[in-house]
Structure formats: C-alpha cells, structure tokens
Design a protein around this ligand. Structure first.
Ligand code: SF4
Length: 301
C-alpha cells in the first residue's frame, strides 16, 4: 500500500472552546495507481484528514503510513516533500501572483532534481500551451489556474496526489475536465490519488473506490460502481438519494434532512442514529465496528 491511514484521530483545539474531534478514528488505504474518492457533507472531516496526510494538521491518534513506513506529521512533511503533493480548492490562493507560472513549476522540478523536463513540458501535459510559462497567474481562468497548480504538483514527481475539493471553485465546464486530468496523470505515472469532493457525479466518473465519511468516521468504503448500485450504509443511501435525478449524478446538497450533530459533542452509539430512519436500540448505545460498512445492520454474524 502506498498510503495507509489507521484509526486516525485529529482534534482541533482553541482556547475557551470545546475540543472538536474532526477525524474520529478513520481508516483508509490508497494504493499506487488507484483513485479513491472521499465524499461527505461539509464539515465531516474529509479536508482535515487530507491535511493530516500532508502533514499540515497534527495527528492526535492513530497512524499514517506512507510506503510502508510509519511517519509523524512533521516527518511525513519532510520526507514526502516531493512524494505527496496536494492540490487545493482555490488555485489562485495556492499560486504566487507575482511570479511567472513557469518559475513556480521550475521550483518543483528543481526539488525533484529533474533537469530533463521543462515547465513548458508540464504545461503541455496538463493541456495548456507551452508559452503560458512566461505569464502570471492573474492572466488565466480558474480552470487554467488549477491546471497550472496540477502541473506544479506534478513537477515534484509525486507518488501520491491529494486533491482537496480541487474542482469546487471551477466553472461546471472545467470541473469534469480537471478531475479527469488528475485521474489520468496519477494513473499514468503510477501515483495514487485521494480525491475529495462533494460532487458525486465527478467522483463516480473518476474513482475506483469511494469512501463515505460522516462526523469524522468512514462509514462505507467500496468499489465505486458497487456502492452506487447497492449503497449499504443508510447514510450513503441518503447521500445518493439527495443528489439530483434522473441520471443519478450531481452535487451534494449543503445538508441532508435532520439536524447535523455538533462535532464537539457527537451522539453516543452510531453517530448517524439521530438522522437514521432505521435506527435500533443498539444504535443509540454502542458504536458499530469500523469496516466496509460501519452499521449494526451489516455486522458480520
Ligand atoms: Fe442507522 Fe443503526 Fe446503521 Fe447507524 S448503526 S446507520 S443508526 S441502522
């Protein structure tokens, strides 16, 4: 496995406020050349998980292992400076507005010790003209800027790409193109891709496996087509039912029906029980074990 996340816990602490356990025991793997889509409502902890993998959020518990070696967040950040690259939601904020894009891509090539590739080569790989290297970020559309951010990430020759809502700030026309580009580039180079999005149609299009996150936990993981055809966790079913029909594709609503519990004070037992139409007595008392489907209805006999 390239990336193995085991029982990960990440807490947010701020003075005078209750501790928020944004990631509360999540486990997930991403293999080389595999695309895993991570979905869930906003605030469910998926971006916090991604930032922890990149060493940008300190880990409270559990472990993150990259290429077989357990790493601390700081160690991960150092060791994987080139191996793990993140593409952020806002491509404008992640690029330096004062520097030519070619110079910014060249930084990654230098870090990776790559003298054979030029920034123009990478721009070409992400579908942009070579001469764009001489221009500045403000001269481009959102979709073009995100392609530049991807070219800059690729310059470092990553073995793992993390996309944290990388298409949500783009026009609808650019979203599927940029997502498919990330998938193709990752798969072609043998890198894994953890793709975080609330756009289920795009996740369905590009992901080999899908992981569904609710209040800091992964509640269902499986082959994308199988989960789509037969969602087993009641939360996954609610998510899929909430997206626009009739083609079964679309963006998640900001919230599903029912009160979203306070992450600082999550419900006892199954965290989804206050919103679950199938909740039983055991659901209010005991948390279901993690697994492909973390639900008492799907406990192994
Ligand atoms: Fe619903 Fe119970 Fe399953 Fe939780 S464990 S999703 S409350 S049936």
């Amino acid at each position: 496995m390239t990336l193995q996340i085991e029982d990960l816990v990440v807490e947010h602490r701020s003075p005078g406020r209750p501790v928020v356990r944004a990631v509360a025991g999540a486990s997930l793997t991403v293999s080389p050349g595999e695309v895993v889509g991570l979905v869930g409502e906003s605030g469910c902890g998926k971006s916090t998980l991604a930032r922890a993998v990149c060493g940008l959020n300190p880990v409270t518990g559990g472990s993150i292992t990259f290429e077989g070696r357990p790493v601390t967040p700081l160690g991960l950040r150092r060791r994987t400076l080139t191996a793990v690259q993140m593409v952020f939601q806002d491509p404008y904020a992640s690029l330096n507005p004062r520097r030519r894009v070619g110079d910014q891509i060249a930084d990654g090539l230098r870090t990776a010790g790559d003298r054979a590739t030029t920034p123009a080569d990478l721009l070409e790989r992400v579908g942009l003209p070579r001469e764009f290297a001489a221009r500045h970020p403000h001269e481009f559309s959102g979709g073009q800027r995100q392609r530049i951010a991807i070219a800059r990430a690729l310059a470092a020759r990553p073995r793992m790409l993390i996309g944290d809502e990388p298409i949500s700030a783009l026009d609808a026309s650019a979203q599927a193109q940029v997502a498919t580009l990330m998938r193709d580039l990752a798969v072609d180079s043998g890198a894994g891709l953890l793709f975080i999005s609330h756009d289920l149609s795009v996740v369905r299009l590009i992901a080999d496996r899908i992981a569904v996150m609710y209040l800091g936990r992964i509640v269902e993981v499986g082959n994308t087509a199988e989960v789509w055809a037969d969602p087993r966790h009641p939360y996954t079913r609610a998510l899929l039912q909430a997206i626009p029909r009739p083609d079964g594709m679309g963006v998640l609503p900001a919230e599903l029906p029912g009160d979203v519990p306070d992450p600082a004070n999550p419900p006892a037992g199954c965290r989804f029980h206050p919103r679950c139409p199938l909740a039983m007595d055991v659901c209010r008392e005991k948390e279901p074990a993690p697994g492909p489907v973390a639900c008492w209805l799907h406990e192994p006999a």
